[in-house]
Design a protein around this ligand. Structure first.
Ligand code: GLU
Ligand code: ZN
Length: 496
């Protein structure tokens, strides 16, 4: 590894909602920085006013916090290279663009879109490379004057060197790009707005970034950025060294298609709303291109940081497997300490209006007693609403699931409900074992029912669903009065 202290950056553009590809990139950069005791720079690439939004910016910060990623320089904390929002660095880019032109590393291009299109088509038809053909590379002062008189405006183009560019990708090994595949490219729009192609490497140079870890979709911009770095060194921007690049593999979604930002399955919010734990989601996302050991899918973020080596990242596309993501989350969920599990459930019950913003001690106590009945069965925290909602719903709002009722609360449930009500009314010790004993006696011995037929109607009547936490514990938690009220309501429904 290079001797300079590691400095990496996470530099999203604030457009739309954060997606899992972005989170994977943040994770690998964060883990790399922490593994090497380096610095993570969080930079906001908000130079595209038409697409960027403050809302999206706020979501990015919120997502980073939720995931537990800290950054060493960036929004809200500042740092030696502030500001870290590119929208606040426009003079820097204008100045660099001007100096690049003065030194001949960039030039004005007056071609119209139509002209460019026509020449591209002609090149294609002739089977030649179809990128920019360098027409404006060496315009004379007279030609420029003539274009201006015509009312043309110019973009600024970077002059690519006429030699191949080779670099050693940290993931993919040595890569070479030949000049015909990397034509001169625009760095400033006709209206003066600097483009990603300029601002991203300028800031990487100014912020002394040593390693660029990012998605493979950006691989084609790397030879350009390397050439631009060399030019920046010539004009004294940055410390003159070129960062190491590592391109993280594509993530494939359904049907083996590249998972796109717009895929609903890619939205981080979806995972948060369903109740994935940050540690579960990050564990799974780390497997998209990396692994701790061949036989270990489940590990903590600390273990990942300790073991993470960018050289171990696999260049082959990774497949996003929701089932596996869920299974890994379930393991992390089971490993939570009981009180921590309760703490994490609360917001999901609140979001479903089953708990108030400030739960009472009695409500928290009930949740603390009920939670262990579900911890082993849950995949995501949001399932608490279906599993334990029956305990928190106001009596007047309790409803049985209609599909489950259709199966379990038919006419033959009437004697089951009647006998159960009688048995529970006279029970002395209303705790799970005696509850079970008297119900067995009444239904299995008394009515001669198989346990399944005996207890399913009760389960639906009391918890509202055919699948629920253990029945007798549920009855105890609910209390005798409310249990009986629900059994009577069900009996009425069945006979009425
Ligand atoms: N802002 C760029 C993006 O969102 C970052 C590219 C990079 O990592 O170099 O794609
Ligand atoms: Zn041109």
């Amino acid at each position: 590894m290079a001797s300079a202290p590691v400095r990496v950056r996470f530099c999203p553009s604030p457009t739309g909602n954060p997606h899992v590809g972005l989170v994977r990139t943040a994770l690998f950069n964060w883990a790399f920085a922490r593994h090497h005791g380096g610095t993570l720079v969080f930079r906001i690439e908000d130079t595209d006013a038409a697409r960027d939004s403050e809302e999206s910016y706020a979501q990015l910060l919120d997502a980073m916090r939720w995931l537990g990623f800290d950054w060493d320089e960036g929004p809200e904390i500042g740092g030696p290279h502030a500001p870290y929002r590119q929208s606040q660095r426009m003079e820097i880019y204008a100045d660099v663009a001007r100096r690049l032109q003065e030194r001949g590393f960039a030039y004005e291009c007056y071609c119209t879109t139509q002209e460019l299109d026509e020449r591209r088509e002609a090149a294609r038809a002739a089977g030649k490379p179809s990128g920019y053909d360098g027409q404006c590379r060496d315009l004379s002062a007279e030609q420029i004057e003539a274009y201006k008189r015509e009312g043309r405006t110019a973009i600024v183009r970077f002059r690519m060197p006429d030699a191949p560019i080779t670099f050693d990708d940290l993931v993919r090994g040595e890569l070479t790009f030949t000049p015909e595949n990397v034509p001169d490219f625009g760095i400033v729009r006709a209206n003066g707005a600097p483009l990603y192609t300029l601002v991203n490497p300028v800031d990487d140079a100014l912020m002394d970034i040593t390693h660029v870890l990012r998605g493979e979709d950006l691989l084609s911009s790397t030879p350009r950025q390397i050439a631009l770095y060399a030019a920046l060194a010539e004009i004294g921007v940055g410390n003159g060294s070129i960062p190491h690049f590592g391109h993280l593999p594509y993530v494939m979604g359904e049907g083996n298609k590249k998972l796109s930002k717009r895929d609903p399955q890619a939205s981080l919010n979806l995972y948060r709303e369903r109740g994935f734990l940050p540690e579960g989601l990050l564990n799974y996302l780390s497997l998209l291109g990396w692994s701790l050991a061949e036989d270990r899918d489940v590990f903590s973020i600390e273990e990942m940081v300790a073991a993470f080596d960018i050289g171990d990242v696999n260049a082959n596309p990774a497949r996003f497997d929701l089932k596996k993501c869920e299974a890994i989350n379930a393991v992390h969920l089971r490993e939570l300490a009981p009180d921590e599990f309760v703490r994490r459930l609360v917001p999901y019950l609140q979001a479903a209006d089953l708990l108030p913003a400030e739960p009472t001690d009695a409500q928290l106590d009930l949740l603390t007693r009920a939670a262990p009945l579900t911890q082993e069965r849950m995949v995501v925290l949001g399932e608490v609403v279906g599993m334990l909602g029956f305990l928190f719903v106001a009596p007047e709002d309790f409803r049985v699931d209609e599909a489950d009722a259709a199966k379990a609360l038919g006419p033959d449930a009437a004697p089951v409900l009647e006998s159960s009500i009688k048995a529970l009314e006279s029970l002395q010790d209303y705790t799970p074992e005696p509850i079970q004993a008297v119900l067995r006696e009444a239904l299995v011995d008394g009515l001669g029912l198989k346990p399944k037929h005996a207890f399913t109607p009760l389960r639906v009547a009391v918890t509202g669903r055919r699948v629920s936490p253990p029945l007798f514990e549920s009855m105890e938690l609910l209390g005798r009065e409310e249990t009986l009220r629900r059994l009577r309501a069900a009996a009425e429904r069945v006979s009425g």
